[in-house]
Ligand binder design. Structure first.
Ligand SMILES: Nc1ncnc2c1ncn2[C@@H]1O[C@H](COP(=O)(O)OP(=O)(O)OP(=O)(O)O)[C@@H](O)[C@H]1O
Length: 357
């Protein structure tokens, strides 16, 4: 296929103004982001926002309506020109593992290595199984393995042809929470050891934060923010990102100065300079970790909800009808429903948005 070479760039993956969809209707609209060699990116967003559709376009299963996708400086998708999936050097790992049940683990991993001699292939397969800590199971069959082990095999199989990029489509969603957390960290270690770039699709922001260097937050087919996890949490670009990423909610406030807001929780100061004039009505983001227990505080909101979670307890407090917020305390700070608890706001990252009428 005659896709022209494009000028070299420092990015491994570039998605520029991508629009694509089904039956002539774009469900992904004007999405742009780029990934450096060795970085792990993530597409995060609510169900139906277009995450899998972007992955399909990257894999070469979906043509573009507009924009371009470049991998290692080569345009692999343009409107009307889609490089075939098998020519992209992109590996895929799916939610359901998709292992071949009639092949043993070694043959599953070696499936894409048809061009190698038998000896070379065995060597490569054992090397990969060693990397995913499954060398001892080379001769077992998929049904003899746990879900987590099967997903490691799927990863080894995707890595075998030495792809330029790995796409991971909700790879841990069939696993229980604890295994999910451990495996996502293991997979990150493996990818980092090999220096392989990857793009993960997930609903789970804990997983996105723990595993990925850059995260895209999507809504209705549009990319709202592409950033490092720390900035998504502390510097959300808009209200949706602020509410979708992390816990927390908004309370009403009034701007007193560029970095100072008056609210029912007192004067809140942050490290951000906003441009609005004094007196502007705003909504202030309060995260559960922005609130600390402060015995000497005069601010004493009432506990209206309490969720015990072992090492910590999440409280919902009410100051008034308009001002409710959550706070996360170590669980030995034990308060009962209806109790008035002295607290203080400690929010270095003051996030607020002008209140719409
Ligand atoms: N094969 C298809 N034909 C027509 N519309 C589709 C098709 N696949 C997905 N869609 C629509 O495209 C939009 C985006 O779907 P997509 O599967 O990309 O979302 P997603 O963010 O991956 O969702 P989820 O997290 O639920 O998997 C949705 O409105 C969906 O209904």
């Amino acid at each position: 296929m005659g896709i022209p070479a494009s000028p070299a760039s420092d990015w491994l993956l570039e998605v520029n103004n991508l629009s694509c969809g089904y039956g002539g209707e774009s469900v992904v609209k004007d999405v742009s982001f780029a990934l450096s060699q060795g970085d792990i990116g993530c597409l995060l967003g609510p169900s139906g926002c277009g995450k899998s559709t972007i992955l399909r376009a990257l894999a070469g299963f979906l043509p573009l309506d507009a924009g371009e996708i470049r991998l290692a400086s080569r345009a692999i998708s343009l409107p009307g020109r889609t490089l075939a999936p098998e020519k992209r050097r992109i590996g895929m790992v799916f939610q359901d593992y998709a292992l071949f049940p009639h092949l043993n683990i070694a043959d599953n991993v070696g499936f894409g290595l048809k061009d190698m001699s038998k000896v070379e292939r065995r060597h490569k397969v054992l090397e990969l199984l060693d990397l995913v800590h499954l060398k001892d199971l080379a001769d077992s069959y998929p049904h003899e393995l746990s879900g987590g082990q099967q997903q490691r095999v799927a990863l080894a199989r995707a890595l075998a042809p030495e792809p330029t990029l790995i796409l991971l489509d909700e790879p841990f969603s069939n696993l229980d929470a604890d295994l999910r957390r451990r495996l996502s960290l293991d997979v990150r270690d493996i990818l980092k050891t090999l220096g392989i770039s990857a793009l993960l699709v997930t609903h789970d922001q804990q997983e996105a934060f723990a595993m990925c260097d850059q995260v895209a937050v999507l809504r209705d087919g549009r990319l709202l923010q592409w950033d490092v996890p720390y900035n998504l949490y502390h510097e959300p670009a808009n209200r949706f990102v602020a509410s979708f990423v992390g816990q927390g909610g908004f309370i009403p406030g009034k701007a007193l100065g560029p970095d100072t807001i008056e609210s029912e929780l007192g004067i809140i100061r942050g490290n951000r300079a906003y441009k609005w004039p004094p007196g502007t009505l705003v909504d202030v983001l309060i995260r559960p970790d922005d609130i600390v227990y402060a015995p000497d505080s005069e601010l004493r909101p009432r506990v209206i909800e309490k969720t015990f979670a072992g090492t910590s307890t999440l409280y919902r407090f009410r100051c008034s009808e308009e001002t409710e917020f959550e706070a996360l305390f170590r669980s030995h700070l034990d308060f009962h429903l209806g109790e008035h608890v002295p607290v203080r706001v400690e929010a270095d990252h003051l996030i607020a948005f002008e209140r719409s009428a």
